[in-house]
Ligand binder design. Structure first.
Ligand SMILES: Cc1cc2nc3c(=O)[nH]c(=O)nc-3n(C[C@H](O)[C@H](O)[C@H](O)COP(=O)(O)OP(=O)(O)OC[C@H]3O[C@@H](n4cnc5c(N)ncnc54)[C@H](O)[C@@H]3O)c2cc1C
Length: 426
């Protein structure tokens, strides 16, 4: 079968697009996922992991609240609406949101093919189609939507040592972790690093001997979620941002880091309270250390499997070393074109920093005919801005892609009301 669009990777972002396409019976769409069933970063899903965005910024509500796959419809269908309202929470846990995403994925099962891994892509010039080679089939499509997610960021110094005792937080090792009696080092104190630190202290994986958390940042930094800051996560801001000079965009995106990558303020407060109670009253936690302004410089491994880790102390300009039995890298993710795109990379335009160039409709700039588009999700922080890796605008972005794909203005994607902060003109 030749599809109109094939989405590669079924995380929340392509799931959002699938939700819109399901209603359009003229479009033949398929979404391919390598996992056997839907899951959402399950390796780093803890009981206390909370969403950093409102549940109303779900797959579709901000674009089309009448769509059946809204979070509200999930609550009503499951008979949980009043219970959640009565709990007065503004953010839900990540496992609740995952359960919602699973429910939506089940509703969209006719469009999704699981246990299917894309291995290679080619463009057939004569047929004007993309040829998609998977682990068990060959599929063709007029358009593509890349939604394979970012890749793990593993510092160069750590790469030679990746193993069952040194690994990135989003790894299978998290499922079989045993920290009993171990000296544990967590590198990186974004939300995932802090969650692993807190859960380690609480003995989720056995009672560790000691737990150390390091970060290059000045301290454990809260998410900047002020009302005006949150205007960055609106279609109005993105529409203005798109036309700015790329150098100025890069500076702004760097400045905006804590609006997206900071720690949930409430979580930091509860961690502080727990540390206080333990230090002065309960005295049950293993020895713990929080070490800010430390940058990883070197790792070596002794014969007994103990790691010697050297950091640069950025405040005192000196080197410091520590020992650990288990090292968990909470060092985030990198955005790269997935390796399965190597067969089509020469069709794609890149900027001087080797980032793919995008158009306003989230398609990559290519030398292909207009009828063959490669849309890219979660790859445009540099061009569309800080909201790109987040769920805040996923529904809106799906609407932009849907309109471009169908050559219509089916969804209202142009902001009707301006933001309070005006960037383009007074
Ligand atoms: C721990 C964590 C918590 C987060 N919490 C929030 C939050 O609270 N709020 C927020 O706004 N954002 C949050 N984010 C950021 C963002 O919303 C998520 O990373 C989100 O999952 C991104 O969705 P995605 O669809 O781009 O990618 P992913 O969710 O990574 O999904 C990509 C999918 O593609 C599949 N895939 C990859 N390669 C192939 C292939 N070759 N063939 C077939 N399938 C493939 C993968 O198996 C995967 O299922 C969080 C991120 C992380 C890591």
């Amino acid at each position: 079968m030749n599809y109109d669009i094939v989405g590669i990777g079924v995380g929340p972002f392509n799931l959002s697009l699938a939700t819109l396409l399901e209603a359009n019976k003229d479009m033949k769409a398929l979404f391919i996922e390598r996992k056997p069933k839907f899951s959402w970063h399950s390796e780093v899903m803890f009981k206390d992991s909370t969403m950093q965005t409102s549940f109303l910024k779900d797959l579709v509500t901000p674009l089309d609240p009448t769509n059946k796959n809204t979070f509200t419809n999930y609550l009503v269908t499951k008979g949980m609406f009043y219970h959640l309202m009565n709990s007065s929470r503004t953010a839900v846990t990540r496992y609740e949101f995952e359960d919602y995403l699973k429910w939506a994925a089940d509703n969209l099962s006719e469009l999704i093919q699981y246990s299917t891994e894309v291995e290679d892509l080619k463009y057939n010039e004569n047929k004007k189609t993309f040829e998609i080679k998977t682990n068990h089939s060959e599929i063709t499509s007029r358009n593509l939507c890349l939604g394979a997610g970012p890749v793990k960021n593993i510092p160069e110094e750590a790469k030679p040592y990746v193993s069952d005792s040194l690994f990135h937080a989003k790894s299978e090792q998290m499922f079989k972790l045993n920290l009993t009696g171990k000296r544990v080092l967590i590198i990186g104190a974004g939300q995932t690093g802090v969650e692993i630190f807190k859960n380690s202290l609480e003995g989720k994986w056995g009672r560790a001997e000691s737990v150390t958390l390091t970060t290059g940042r000045n301290t454990l930094m809260p998410l900047d979620e002020g009302a005006f800051t949150n205007e960055f996560f609106t279609p109005g801001f993105v529409s203005e941002f798109l036309d700015a000079d790329q150098k100025n965009k890069d500076i702004l995106v760097k400045d905006q880091l804590l609006t997206s990558d900071g720690n949930t303020p409430h979580y930091l407060e509860s961690l502080y309270e727990d540390l206080y109670l333990d230090k002065f009253y309960l005295k049950k936690y293993p020895t713990f250390t929080i070490a800010p302004k430390r940058w990883l410089k070197n790792i070596s491994k002794g014969t007994e499997g103990v790691y010697d880790i050297t950091f640069e102390n950025l405040l005192f300009n000196k080197e410091e070393s520590t020992k650990a039995d288990v090292v968990i890298l909470a060092t985030g993710f990198r955005t790269v074109l997935p390796s399965f795109t190597k067969g089509i990379t020469d069709l794609i335009k890149f900027d001087e920093q080797k980032r793919p160039c995008l158009k306003k409709d989230y398609s990559l700039e290519t030398n292909l005919p207009e009828e063959n588009k490669i849309f890219a999700m979660n790859m445009s922080r540099h061009f569309h801005g800080i909201a790109d890796p987040q769920t805040s605008l996923m529904a809106w972005r799906s609407g932009v892609i849907y309109n471009s794909l169908t050559g219509t203005n089916h969804y209202k994607t142009r902001p009707e009301e301006s933001n309070f902060c005006q960037y383009t003109s007074f």
